[in-house]
Design a binder for this molecule. Sequence first.
Ligand code: ARG
Length: 467
Amino acid sequence: MDHPPKGEIMASKLWGSRFTGNLSQLAEKFTYSISYDSKLALYDCVASIAHAEMLGSQGIIHKKDASAIVRGLNQLINDIEAGRFQHDPAAEDIHSDIQSRLKKLIGKPADCLHTARSRNDQVVTDVRLYCLNHLENIQALLDGMQIAIVKFADKNADVIIPAYTHLQSAQVVLLAHQMLAYVEMLERDKGRLEDAARRTSMNTLGACALSGTTLQTDREFVTKRLGLLSTAANSMDAVSDRDFLVEIVSAIAITGMHLSRICEDLIIWVTSEFDFISLDDAFCTGSSIMPHKKNPDVLELVRGTSARFPGRLMELLVLMKGLPLTYNRDMQMDKPALFDCVDTIEDMLALMAELFGGITVKKDVLAARVTAEHFFSVDILDYLVRKGATYRDAHDTVGVMVKECLDRGKKIADLPVEQLKKYSSLFEADVKYLLNPEVSIKGKKSFGSTNPLMVRAQINIWKKRLK
Ligand code: ARG
């Protein structure tokens, strides 16, 4: 945490006049939020412009003062956008910092800006604007990762892989089918963020400290000016609600869990034991002692870093659960948690999109891994059901047959038809066609299955949707 220099403290405070003594230096260090809430600078200016325009148009402050404020704030916005803005480490928070800069820029009219508002409604409005902006970023990054995965699926559309339950090899599927499972996960993530954005898009400015104001403000004006969907209908709820943050961080935590699972699959696939894929050197590191090693550290760190989100989510829930209405200073601590989650998920999504471009599929290895007969046991079971067996009988038949083959080191493909008929009279020679990975996937009929035509259709749907 930056530490504000001694002196000139009370004069710079938005609340200094009530006080004669200075805040203890340790207390300052502990309570100042400027080191992290400077991220809100842009949103603070944007919200203040809408507020000043409203004050001017309602005749609460002089029009020329409102214009001066807007001009000054636009100047600050230019600085922020050009990267020229450096927060003042001596300021208590970004609201105080912007206020005192404005005063330096335009003089006395700056003193009118805080009319009919308080930092309680100001801070939550800033945070809402920050969230809406970053929710858009995260949505775009999720799109980007989906696009990268669909591209990868499309490029490897004919590759068949073993799929797992209990991490035991189960059935064969198209690699693209598994990739599109990831795309579905990320689509739900977008839905959750979109939903959270609807509730975030509410104007809380004008609630003032907690009860509203005796001045004739126009809250709808500010809502429209900020492009928000609604106006908070209860001033007490407006300044004390942080549900939207809990929702956003919760949605981010779910996305993080998804990224972690995707990484886990890829980590397993790059092991020499599985050897399904290789990763571009750009996403791996070596070992300081074992010269042969190429480790998937990036994947591991995405998996590891995603542990932070549920931690931050718990932090927010615990932060809020004991707070009486309305504003409490505890709520300042919502920001480190929020900013950390937003920054981290944005980095992770951009990285993962890039990483999918660096995966090479080991087609020869995979072709040899999808021929084992156990992959087709369910297809043989379905075959018997089509021929009239009950599901239970068919399951028993195939179970016994597979066990005996395994015990005797035999393959179903090598058993003569007469021997197959000992397991079930329904078996004909054609059952042996089923012992083939391509036949297995092509034979799938149900919607949403790994049938290549259906997977192709899904790839095309996603390509169109994500354009
Ligand atoms: N830095 C504070 C926060 O982040 C701003 C609001 C301060 N309000 C107050 N009444 N002390 O929540």
